[in-house]
Design a protein around this ligand. Structure first.
Ligand SMILES: NC(=O)c1ccc[n+]([C@@H]2O[C@H](COP(=O)([O-])OP(=O)(O)OC[C@H]3O[C@@H](n4cnc5c(N)ncnc54)[C@H](O)[C@@H]3O)[C@@H](O)[C@H]2O)c1
Length: 267
């Protein structure tokens, strides 16, 4: 690895994996550490964050775990304080946590709606509120929020889609608010990633359909999201803020007709 994040301190939220497949947060924490960052792996379930921190330590990186429910202000404050206390500064905040409820407006309960919005959107306000002052002390920082193509396309999950559209909105707003403080705020818009959030409801045929839905025709993993996060976190992205970066094998540029032509191999 090239040490692109050498000397930097990062927090990754949702740094564990909710299943046996590699999660986006876990992959991001691992690549941040491989690139030289010291990483606070935060998760509501500390044993999951601990697994990621242990995997990083095993390959010689610097990481530790922290238990944090990102929908709670006190937890977010304690998480930021722990990162600064353990590693001396804070440069990177990867707001990776996201949960989904498969429901339309007729089905969703008020409690489900509030929980998705609290975990996926309010969390970004809470983590950033405590992180930005420390980033400013260090001369600036990079905040990376994880959205989804579900924020741009219907996804049979209205609470999730709404929250992921809000992640794009808050990213742009924060980029405008905090640029002069040296804080860059960008978001990644993952496509049809094969990871723990979706693997449980997927058979081989559906995996293949998802693969074929994009121009590249290949399956994405947590590593694809993690490499984009490394770039946005690094000084190489010093002039980039307010961006919503699709990492989706081109899924968003496809139309149903292009899809049909690709299926028939007529180019
Ligand atoms: N197919 C996909 O995997 C896909 C596609 C598009 C976008 N995304 C986005 O990627 C992000 C998650 O990716 P992942 O693969 O790491 O997910 P994941 O399901 O593996 O979850 C990561 C971790 O988040 C933790 N978590 C859940 N609620 C929490 C809370 N309130 N506080 C702290 N931690 C909490 C879980 O314990 C889990 O270990 C989400 O924002 C998701 O919306 C995923």
């Amino acid at each position: 690895m090239s040490g692109r994040l050498a000397g930097k301190v990062a927090i990754v939220t949702g740094a564990g994996s909710s299943g046996p497949e590699l999660g986006n947060g876990k992959a991001t924490a691992i690549l941040f550490a491989r690139e030289g960052a010291k990483v606070l792996c935060a998760d509501a379930l500390e044993e999951r964050a601990g697994e990621t921190a242990a995997a990083i330590a095993k390959e010689g990186g610097a990481a530790s775990s922290f238990k944090c429910d990102v929908s709670k202000a006190a937890d977010c404050k304690a998480m930021v304080e722990a990162a600064v206390q353990r590693y001396g500064r804070l440069d990177i905040l990867d707001n990776n946590v996201g949960i989904s409820v498969r429901a339309d407006v007729l089905e969703v309960t008020e409690e489900q709606w509030d929980r998705v919005m609290a975990v996926n959107v309010k969390s970004i306000v809470l983590t950033a509120k405590y992180a930005i002052p420390h980033m400013m002390k260090g001369g600036g920082g990079s905040i990376i929020n994880i959205s989804s193509i579900a924020g741009l396309r219907a996804n049979q999950s209205t609470p999730y889609s709404t929250s992921k559209a809000a992640v794009i909105g808050i990213t742009r707003s924060m980029a405008g608010d905090h640029g002069r403080q040296g804080i860059r705020v960008n978001c990644i818009v993952p496509g049809l990633i094969y990871g723990p959030m979706v693997a449980g409801r997927m058979d081989a045929a559906l995996r293949e359909t998802r693969k074929q839905a994009s121009p590249l025709g290949t399956e994405g993993t947590g590593w694809d999201i993690a490499w984009a996060a490394v770039f946005l976190a690094s000084d190489e992205a010093r002039w980039i803020t307010g961006v919503a970066l699709p990492v989706d094998a081109g899924f968003l540029v496809m139309s149903p007709t292009t899809n049909a032509r690709l299926a028939q191999q007529k180019f």
